[in-house]
Design a protein around this ligand. Structure first.
Ligand code: GDP
Ligand code: CA
Length: 310
């Protein structure tokens, strides 16, 4: 069975690791949000791609879910002494990824080519690709004005009240070859438990991506990142509230109407199953909190066993 997984950063990477433990490299393709990408010191940083890659490579920091385990920050410290802004935490080893990526992009390689090459170097078997090779940047419109995503997320710690999200460049972007081809040829589409507004919406904003998902021939399954009315981390719950949605798995499901046949909710939310069904989706109730690797594998198996009308 060929599976396409759409992922953001930490939540997406957790499920991708479970899927990668169950599926062979020929049967899983992972396509990742690039709306969070940003340049620092002339380096192209792709935070969500890096989180997925480091997780699959077994290098990620278990405490944060992002960055590299045992990382040091000597370069960042030196940059600060030289008068540079250092609010975005780039570790010394992590910096090497961004140096290689930036050099290859400057040499004319696409972000897809660069990502494949990085995966090869990191011994990642399963193909990982960006959603697009074109420049898309999420702008967060807030009560303190519009700001680039990383300014909102890291520098301002998600404190401003969000009124709108814009995906600059998305309208003229093209789906990456991996996204286009796997939407055509996969048997199952999995929307990982990623932030619907910040990680999945940028992909849907790329022309023809939403329509291709709507008309996707196989089973379409999404997993709620909201469990018991709360995000396990990050601003998903705050955004649902600020954008006028229910702060629950139902509010997330409403973002995926027409894009999803089966919606996976946590057992703590089992009582909301009728609300999911009312949106035209089949609820699949299971443990969705992935603490251990066994949790990730178990959730992956439950999802892979799902069919539209089981
Ligand atoms: P980001 O780019 O690093 O913010 O990562 P994603 O967008 O991929 O994931 C963020 C979402 O993952 C948050 O809304 C979390 O609530 C959710 N999340 C994190 N860990 C888990 C988990 O173990 N289970 C579920 N269901 N959601 C999770
Ligand atoms: Ca992200």
């Amino acid at each position: 069975m060929k599976v396409l997984a759409l992922a953001g950063g930490v939540g997406g990477a957790k499920l991708c690791l479970g899927l990668a433990r169950v599926l062979g490299a020929d049967d899983l393709r992972i396509v990742v949000n690039t709306g969070d990408d940003e340049e620092f010191y002339g380096l192209h940083v792709s935070p969500d791609l890096d989180t997925v890659m480091y997780t699959l490579a077994g290098m990620s920091n278990p405490d944060t879910g992002w960055g590299i385990a045992g990382e040091s920050f000597a370069t960042l410290h030196s940059l600060g002494r030289l008068g540079m802004d250092t609010w975005f935490g780039l570790g010394d080893q992590d910096m090497a990824t961004h140096i290689v990526r930036s050099q290859m992009l400057r040499q004319g390689k696409t972000l897809s080519e660069v990502t494949s090459r990085l995966c090869l170097s990191l011994d990642i078997a399963h193909p990982v690709a960006p959603m697009t090779d074109d420049r898309v940047r999420t702008t967060v419109v807030t009560d303190r004005g519009p700001m680039p995503f990383q300014t909102y997320f890291v520098k301002m710690r998600c404190e401003p009240v969000v009124t709108e999200l814009r995906f600059e460049g998305a309208q003229s972007a093209a789906m990456s070859p991996a996204l286009r081809q796997s939407l055509d040829s996969s048997d199952m589409l999995i929307v990982c438990p990623s932030n619907p507004y910040l990680s999945i919406a940028p992909m849907l904003a790329v022309p023809r991506a939403r329509a291709a998902i709507e008309s996707f021939a196989g089973v379409k399954i999404a997993v709620s990142p909201i469990v018991g009315g709360q995000a396990l981390r990050g601003p998903a719950a705050k955004l649902l509230s600020e954008l006028g949605e229910d702060v629950s798995c139902v509010g997330v499901a409403r973002q995926y109407v027409g894009l999803c046949d089966v919606f996976v909710i946590d057992q703590i939310d089992a009582h909301l199953s009728p609300d999911i069904r009312a949106l035209g989706m089949r609820p699949l109730v299971t443990n969705t909190v992935m603490e251990t690797e066994a949790d990730k594998i178990e959730l992956a198996r439950r999802i892979l066993d799902a069919t539209i009308d089981a």
